[in-house]
Design a protein around this ligand. Sequence first.
Ligand SMILES: [Mn+2]
Length: 354
Amino acid sequence: MPPHTSNLDLAAAADLIKKAEGTVFITTHTKPDGDAYGSVVALASALTQMGKQTFACFAPPVPAALADLNGNHLTHVLSDSTSIPDCGLYIVLDTGAWSQVEPMRPVIEPNLAKTLIIDHHLSGDIDAAHKYVDAKAGACAEVMAELLDLLAGGGSGGKSGGGGFQWDTVIAQALFVGIGSDTGWFRFSNTRPSTHRLAARLLEMGVDHADLFARLHQTERPAKLALLTRALDSLKLLADGKAAVMCLTAQDFQETGALEEETERLIDVPQQVGTIQVVALVTESTIDTPDGTQPLARISFRSKPGPGAVNVADLAGQFGGGGHARAAGAKLQAPVDQARMRVTEALAGAFAAR
Ligand SMILES: [Mn+2]
């Protein structure tokens, strides 16, 4: 597997985009989060203003709160009837892993020689011709901000640059959603001084952060709380309370009426407990696998920073997944109980080895 590292710098990536002929395809991981959504919308808006044809496409489900943001007219949601044009450049944002873009694989794989990945994750296996990976960036949207400055012809601070586009309200909101989402609204350890500087720049352009927070994080349905109750009921502590495993089954989703995307941020709740350093959430997929054989379990990991922090990207790697040191995930073709057992063993092992 090729290393998931840059093989060009961001200026070269900007050049590649500027010189691209024909339509530019832009996508990101399945079930986009705020960073994925914001990164795609910001880039699509910039390129459209530069006079380029874009085809920005999400693999569903797209959370309703994101789909309601400015700029959604610039994007498509993949369905059976979506016809994707032949494009001069294929851009994949916020992931470099096939497992994260499965529905887009038939589009990307034949075009790897014309594919540019821009990502901030530690691992990925898409062998694209062009890769820019900044694992220090708290969000892909931070990289997008740098890229947009390069496309506009240098840090123009919101003024129209040489590329002939402006950081308009669509771009500003999209980038803020991206950095806000991936940093837990500036609480997580991936938040950098430059993250705050970008946030300040976006606020000065008129982004209403309180309104965005309310729209993105305070508009859940009661079913979400019912799902949280189930998750907390399932919580098991191990390694002297240093690790916690929660599990949600298809039955939990049926009985609460909650949707799979409503698991978002449930995993943050147990971190309120002082002893808990790592949390895992195992979720039984309610979506049938294409071949209908094995059920699919999704595993998410979070860990707290500090001395002796557990690298959950390594843990997820044990299950063929990846991500960041503090937040990572994997998918497993296994019954949910078996997945929970294997995750419990892996966590116990991580602490036993200390
Ligand atoms: Mn991200």
